[in-house]
Design a protein around this ligand. Structure first.
Ligand code: PMP
Length: 461
């Protein structure tokens, strides 16, 4: 029994934040703003399409479909992305349907990354990138987005977190095989600007590097901002695989329908991984998503389009959460996209009890304290950083605001936290008053002494 059972490629990647926090949230939280999924129903047109597919005449929808994507879905995805990327796409070779964006990412890393390859990952990052690179035998190389707080005392925006161009350039070498880009970014909500994408594209072209572009939040962009697809930039189509998710696009994360769009020279290798692992994803879910896209193609850019309506609704939720957090003394970083919001919790250090002999970072302690004592779940931001950089980002937590059910309960929670802050303020005020009184008494003592001295001198005034 001394023979190791675990494959070496799994060493060091067995820990996962979600296991611990999902359990904590299930046990203690009344308001779960931790995990990233909506608590509101998907659009009717989509659930109706699913029901029609399930109970309709076409019983073949209960059987296997084409491995690389159900024909109606790859066809409409090719039409849709032709519009977005401005190029003709072959549904059979330029699109592949996967079991969620997760499996799309897995196919990318397995198909394109070799032993010894380096893959650049921009921090903070969706946590599965690192283990997926390692499982493929690659080495992740991290480069952080650096916060530049605005000088005018305004709230920070996710746009204030930026790459240092020289630092980014220094990470590219002949060992670099790929860079992972995630725009809009989970957890910050940053939407990379054309300038920032241009810089990444230039470096990819210069060093002949591939780009794995995770764009699952492509429709969740606020304040009139535009999501720019890096594959549409000069020289990038041939070296980019773009990953998408019906889970995020149509608020159906449980359906696990995702896709990749890209050149055949890359996708042919992804197909090899896909056909030798999962083969294909549920036919009925693919059929319903295909119908959803057909509708969206007809309504493209119109006010009735779900891709227009959803961000509008979410922007209101974002604004409400920004105001609430600001009101209780957390400093929200206003996200330009996604349904996540990161908030600065450094003001709360005195509220969170120290755990003796523990080197657990402050954001983990804060998130656990908030779940257990306030029933409110969020995720520590340092979970989205590499081991080497974690300790620099322990003053933040991530909320998901794609929630409606809990709004009333949440208001109550804020009141409790506000009350806590109020009590804290009151305590501070009392302390300050006490100190002032003591100082006053001391001054009076000193004053008497001075009068005496003044009198002694016989001075007149
Ligand atoms: N990429 C990012 C950035 C994500 O946030 C998620 C889900 N949280 C995924 C990929 C996985 O998407 P799916 O649910 O479609 O597998």
């Amino acid at each position: 029994m001394s023979r190791p059972v675990q494959a070496r490629r799994l060493e060091g990647i067995d820990k996962n934040i979600w296991v611990e926090f999902v359990k904590l949230a299930a046990t203690y939280s009344k308001v779960n703003l931790g995990q990233g999924f909506p608590d509101f129903p998907p659009p009717d047109f989509l659930t109706e399409a699913f029901t029609r597919a399930l109970g309709g005449q076409n019983h073949m929808l209960h059987q296997y479909t084409r491995a690389f994507g159900h024909p109606p879905l790859v066809t409409v995805l090719a039409q849709f992305f032709k519009k977005l990327l401005g190029r003709d796409l072959d549904p059979m070779t330029n699109v592949m349907v996967t079991v969620g964006a997760y499996q799309a990412l897995f196919c990318c890393f397995q198909a394109l990354v070799d032993e010894g390859d380096e893959v650049i990952i921009i921090e903070p990052f969706f946590d599965c990138y690192e283990p997926m690179v390692r499982m493929a035998g690659g080495t992740p190389v991290f480069v952080p987005l650096r916060p530049n707080p605005p000088k005018d005392g305004k709230l920070m925006s996710s746009a204030d977190w930026q790459l240092d161009p020289a630092e980014l350039a220094s990470k590219f070498s002949e060992r670099t095989k790929a860079i992972v880009l995630n725009s809009p970014n989970n957890p910050l909500g940053k939407v990379f600007s054309r300038g920032e994408l241009g810089l990444i594209a230039e470096l990819c072209v210069k060093h002949d590097v591939l780009c794995i572009s995770d764009e699952v939040y492509e429709w969740l962009v606020y304040d009139g901002k535009q999501h720019i697809r890096i594959a549409s930039l000069q020289g990038m189509w041939d070296r980019t695989v773009t990953v998408g998710s019906a889970g995020k696009t149509f608020s159906v994360t449980g359906w696990k329908v995702g896709w990749v769009v890209g050149p055949d020279r890359l996708l042919q290798h992804l197909r090899t991984v896909h056909q030798n692992s999962v083969y294909h994803c549920a036919t009925i879910a693919q059929e319903a998503v295909a119908q959803g896209f057909q509708r969206e193609l007809r309504l493209y850019g119109k006010p009735e389009s779900y891709f227009v309506q959803l961000p509008k609704e979410l922007q209101q939720k974002r604004d409400w959460l920004v105001q609430s957090l600001d009101g209780v003394g957390m400093k929200p970083i206003i996200p330009e996209g996604t349904y996540f919001l990161v908030a600065d919790i450094s003001q709360f250090k005195s509220d969170v009890p120290d755990v003796p002999n523990s080197d657990e970072p402050y954001d983990y302690r804060f998130a656990k304290w908030m779940i257990k004592s306030k029933g409110l779940a969020a995720i520590p931001l340092s979970a989205f950083y590499s081991e080497a950089h974690k300790n620099n980002y322990t003053n933040f937590i991530r909320f998901c605001f794609a929630k409606v059910r809990y709004v009333a309960a949440l208001r109550k929670k804020w009141k409790e936290i506000k009350l806590l802050k109020k009590l804290d303020k009151q305590r501070m005020r009392e302390l300050a008053e006490q100190q002032a009184q003591t100082q006053e008494e001391q001054k009076e003592d000193r004053g008497d002494a001075a009068v005496i001295r003044w009198g002694d001198l016989g001075g007149k005034c």
